[in-house]
Design a protein around this ligand. Structure first.
Ligand code: SF4
Length: 695
């Protein structure tokens, strides 16, 4: 077999790989590429195991009268779903059917899913699991810069930086090859990490690990900005020329002197001052090598996530970083196609090209591409958690189609999610394995995964990449595109192709003139190896690796300063629940774990969920390492083994979220939402911790 050039199926770093046939198995080889520089993490190396998972879904399943999922033909399954959709929409209206997508779907699938919802179903109820990932950063960058591209610069730009401030990002576990890009900042003594846990990444930062109390990143960043402004370290010319309201920035941080911030965050005032000075010294205004501020889920997955990211952007503006070569602000997108997944119309409020569904001109343009009347396109729908919470209610959807998402692990407050899914008349899940959510479904469609399909993905840099077929899909497996086309056909709606290249051609047209403009990207250009960062407005255009050099994408070309302030965690500590529960990620697993929990090497390394406890707390409660601990929040309780470690603060319990069933920590998390982005508060809630006996 000729080596097939493609990319890792997992995270947004999209490490480049070759797939080669070795005796008995497909194997991954790293391919040189600017982001991974020939490196791969353990997840990437073992990704072929998911293709041959023993319980791989290979045939459609339909639940029979006895409540058992049994094998069915594609025609039977598609006919059944189409009939149910038709009768439910007849009885309850168009919005009675909802669609839920995923940030791991290819651009073509994400595009087809949004079009299927708006054109074939004509429902407003469509959203996706990216709402749980990057939505706070997307909302913050859209309102500050007028556009949302996770990194508005190539990741390799970090290679010459004098300082990098990571707020809530654990790159060393989530994207290990990316750590090489931090080396320059580390060598300069300028790697700063804000994280309540001493993660593998925080450990690299030494004394510049700012181990803030969970839920206080916003206050900490306000204080860093306060120091920059008070000590005359700001880039005043940049603030005057490139932002709309420098005074708002000064006013919003004036009350956050470090001693006050220390009381809120627990980070010593002297450390805050030192961190601000280290970061500022690397800024171009002081002749430094360059400085970056990057946020991850730790900063974003809060009910104040948008404001926390906004505070980080304001700090970057104070230092004159965005748009400067070798400096900037960026969001470390998580899911494999977390960037592309939010550009092509899966989001409740978006149309392809990253256009607003409320914009009359955008509606008219996209309706023209789709061959429908603008007035027939639905308006904005509910964000993910609002949509889930409405399922099966009197006024809510009666049917849900899920593609590329495992809600029963990854959504917050799972008892509520389980109730809402159970209240549906019809649950349809398209997946590669019988995930926790698929096992609840009335119909399961077996679909292709990475090495079995062609398509495009967009990495955390906004770089559009080719995914290529290396092996035939097993059994009766088909692409999600075939599901949309098959259902649309049965609903009497034309215009849905099963061919990824044809869908990409339509996507290009639909995106033309939008914020994420793919119109100049062709299959041939990608196959010729061109690295194309959107926007690419015509076929001669070289792509746009760096944004904001001259102006921001706002009406006046200036970055918008949005004043923000700290507020406590929604579900804050109390006498009955005196500690914080924080969730996060492990090196060995990816997202809901549906894929990585089926890879023997990864399971052997990290087989089960656990709770990290500080030794002092463990001693007080009489809990030894490995012994069971009960965690109880306002949403529920669970028992899991303790890992006693000084990596967590004494007021904090850390639990990874990759596990399902009795190990699903999202049973405990809070589904209160960020009012701007709809992001749930995964990262901090009040928890009671006690010794337990094994269940
Ligand atoms: Fe690279 Fe991410 Fe895949 Fe690991 S999981 S190999 S970091 S793309």
């Amino acid at each position: 077999m000729t080596p097939v050039a493609t990319h890792c199926p997992y995270c947004a770093l999209q490490c480049a790989t070759h797939l080669v046939e070795q005796p008995g198995a497909l194997q991954v080889r790293p391919r040189d590429f600017p982001t991974n520089q020939g490196g791969l993490c353990r997840k990437g190396w073992t990704a072929p195991d998911v293709l041959t998972a023993p319980d791989r879904l290979t045939t459609p399943l339909v639940r029979n009268a006895d409540g058992v999922l049994v094998e069915a033909s594609w025609d039977t399954a598609l006919d059944f779903v189409a009939d149910r959709i038709r009768s439910l929409q007849l009885a309850y209206g168009r919005d009675s059917v909802a669609v839920f997508g995923g940030g791991g779907l290819t651009n073509e699938k994400a595009y087809a899913l949004g079009k299927f919802a708006r054109v074939a179903l004509r429902t407003a109820n469509v959203d996706y699991n990216g709402r749980f990932c990057m939505s706070s950063a997307a909302a913050a960058t859209n309102r500050a810069f007028g556009i949302d591209r996770g990194l508005p610069f190539p990741l390799a730009d970090l290679g010459g930086a004098g300082a990098v401030l990571l707020v809530g990002s654990n790159l060393a576990d989530t994207m290990p090859p990316a750590v090489a890009h931090l080396q320059s900042a580390r060598d300069a003594g300028g790697l700063l990490v804000v994280d309540p846990r001493r993660s593998a990444t925080a450990a690299l930062s030494g004394a510049l690990h700012l181990q803030a109390t969970p839920g206080t990143d916003l206050a900490l960043v306000l204080s860093l900005t306060h120091v920059v402004l008070q000590e005359g370290l700001a880039d005043t010319a940049y603030l005057r020329e490139r932002t709309d309201d420098p005074d708002a920035l000064i006013r919003s941080t004036a009350a956050w002197w470090p001693e006050r911030a220390e009381r809120v965050t627990g980070v010593p005032a002297a450390t805050i001052r030192r961190a601000a000075r280290v970061l500022a010294a690397a800024a171009p205004v002081h002749g430094g090598a360059g400085a970056f501020i990057l946020t991850g889920r730790g900063a974003e997955q809060h009910s104040k996530g948008t404001d926390t990211v906004t505070a980080c952007i304001n700090l970057a503006l104070a230092l004159g970083l965005p748009g400067r070569l070798g400096s900037g602000y960026g969001c470390i997108t998580g899911q494999g196609n977390g960037q592309g997944g939010r550009e092509h119309g899966q989001k409740a409020d978006q149309l392809p090209g990253y256009r607003s569904i409320s914009d009359p001109a955008a509606r008219a343009y996209v309706a023209g591409v789709w061959g429908v009347r603008p007035e027939d396109l639905p308006g904005p729908g509910k964000s993910a958690v609002e949509l889930i919470n409405s399922l099966g209610t009197d006024a809510g959807p009666k049917a849900l189609l899920v593609h590329g998402s495992n809600l029963l692990v990854s959504a917050p407050h799972l008892a509520s999610v389980r109730d809402r899914l159970a209240a549906l008349d019809l649950l349809v899940v398209a997946d590669v394995v019988p995930s926790e959510t698929a096992l609840l479904a009335d119909v399961v469609f077996p679909v292709t995964q990475w090495a079995e399909e062609d398509g495009t993905m967009t990495s955390l840099e906004g770089r559009v990449l080719r995914r290529r077929t290396a092996v035939a899909a097993p059994g009766q497996v088909r692409s999600d595109l075939a599901v949309f086309a098959g259902l649309a056909d049965r609903l009497g709606v034309a215009g849905f192709s099963k061919d990824p290249q044809e869908v990409f051609e339509e996507l290009r047209l639909a995106s033309a003139g939008g914020r994420a403009d793919y119109s100049g990207i062709t299959w041939d250009r990608l196959d010729a190896g061109e690295a194309l960062f959107w926007p690419v407005p015509h076929v001669e255009h070289p792509g746009t690796p760096r944004l904001f050099a001259d102006r921001f994408a706002t009406p006046d070309g200036r970055a918008q300063v949005v004043p923000v302030d700290h507020r406590p965690v929604a579900d804050d500590l109390n006498a009955g629940a005196p500690m914080y529960l924080v969730t996060g990620r492990l090196l060995q697993h990816y997202q809901s774990g549906a894929q990585t929990r089926r890879v023997p090497e990864l399971v052997e390394a990290e087989p089960e969920v656990f709770a990290e406890l500080h030794p002092r707390v463990a001693a007080q409660l009489g809990i030894a390492d490995g012994r069971p601990v009960r965690l109880r929040t306002a949403r529920g309780s669970m028992v899991l083994p303790a890992r006693v470690t000084t990596d967590v603060r004494p007021d904090t319990v850390f639990v990874p979220f990759h596990f399902g069933g009795v190990g699903a920590v999202n049973e405990l998390t809070n589904d209160v939402l960020d009012p701007v982005s709809g992001m749930p508060e995964f990262k901090a809630c009040a928890v009671q911790v006690s010794a337990a006996s094994l269940p």
